[in-house]
Design a binder for this molecule. Structure first.
Ligand code: 13P
Length: 340
């Protein structure tokens, strides 16, 4: 597969103000989500929930790609169609989470490094067979006393670039995700500083390992104060600092920047994305949200088949609000049309 095809895949995912649904919660993470609605996490409840999301009529107008988990890409919809085939049939690109999680970094207390490179070439080949056309690898950067260290930034950036190279070799678009966590009481200025250091480390490694930037997507955090900070960041400040940081650190030919929601509420994540697009930049600035696309849908579903339609309406609403935000055309009044 050529570079042009990688670029075409990456840019089709974010075309026409579309974004990504991150539905790649690991078995441990989806259990935590199901615990909040009192639903037991079994292979079948996980399948039923993903079926609900992926069969939502009209989601393809707002969602250009869906990130799946290993179990999910092997599962099928109620009518027996494999999920990857169902999505591709609607024009939604199937993706796959390929890292195996963030683990404590030896010698660096409080910091993590993401694993999953061993055997990745073979796993990618299988995922291509199963229909995946893009992948995700999430590095986690924690802000705290004396951290992140340069060593942690470098180790994670190096792994991201090695993953990206293997993906491109397999004809898969790598989503490069260095997430600076919102955990803690740090200021927006600290987040700005750490986000800048992180992006510099990541792009230095992407260049060093000869990654074809036009065949990647970047999935970063927004520049925003920590969740326990005394001063919240208003959307215009988030937007200004976020776009400024990316203008400094991210080449204009990257075909898309797709933000994670990282613990922001649904409306907050939409409002900030909208403000970011009102400032604008040379790349599509879109979303790759997990929680901020699914929270209302999960609450509406509660594991009951009778609630599927209401839950789908809630998911479709969030997808539409975020697509409007990628055009800078969202407003709070539009939220009032929230389905019951
Ligand atoms: P959140 O939007 O819930 O942060 O999840 C996105 C994601 O895929 C993190 O890796």
């Amino acid at each position: 597969m050529g570079w042009q095809e990688l670029y075409d895949t990456a840019s089709s995912i974010v075309a026409d103000h579309k974004g990504i649904l991150a539905a790649d919660e690991s078995t441990g993470t989806i259990k935590k989500r199901f615990d909040t609605i009192g639903v037991e996490s079994t292979e079948e409840t996980r399948r039923a929930y993903r079926n609900l999301l992926f069969t939502t009529e009209g989601m393809e107008d707002y969602v250009g790609g869906v990130i799946l988990y290993d179990e999910t890409i092997r599962q099928a919809a109620d009518d027996g169609t494999p999920f990857a085939e169902l999505l591709a049939g609607k024009g939604v690109v199937p993706g796959i989470k390929v890292d195996t999680g963030a683990h404590d970094m030896a010698g660096f207390p409080g910091e993590k490094v993401t694993e999953g490179l061993d055997g990745l070439r073979g796993r990618l080949e299988e995922y291509v067979e199963l229909g995946a056309r893009f992948a995700k690898w999430r590095a986690v950067i924690t802000i705290g006393d004396g951290i992140p260290t340069d060593a942690c930034l470098h180790a994670n950036a190096h792994a991201l670039a090695r993953y990206a190279a293997l993906c491109q070799e397999a004809g898969i678009v790598p989503i490069v995700e260095p997430e600076v966590l919102m955990d803690g009481g740090h200021t927006v200025e600290t987040c700005d500083d750490v986000t800048g250091r992180t992006l510099r480390a990541v792009f230095a490694e992407l260049y060093a390992q000869d990654i074809h930037l036009r065949g990647t997507l970047l999935k970063p955090n927004m520049v925003i104060a920590g969740q326990d900070a005394t001063a919240e960041s208003p959307p215009d400040q988030v937007a200004r600092l976020t776009v400024h940081s990316f203008l400094r650190h991210v080449p204009a030919l990257v075909p898309g920047i797709v933000f994670l929601s990282g613990g922001q509420s649904e409306v907050e994540a939409t409002e900030n994305l909208n403000a970011i697009n009102q400032v604008g930049g040379p790349w599509p600035l879109s979303f790759s949200y997990g929680r901020a696309l699914q929270a209302s849908a999960l609450q509406a579903w509660r594991g009951d088949a009778a609630n599927v339609e209401t839950a789908q309406a809630a998911f479709l609403h969030r997808a539409r609000m975020n697509a409007l935000a990628t055009a800078g055309q969202w407003s709070a009044e539009l939220e009032e049309a929230v389905p019951a």
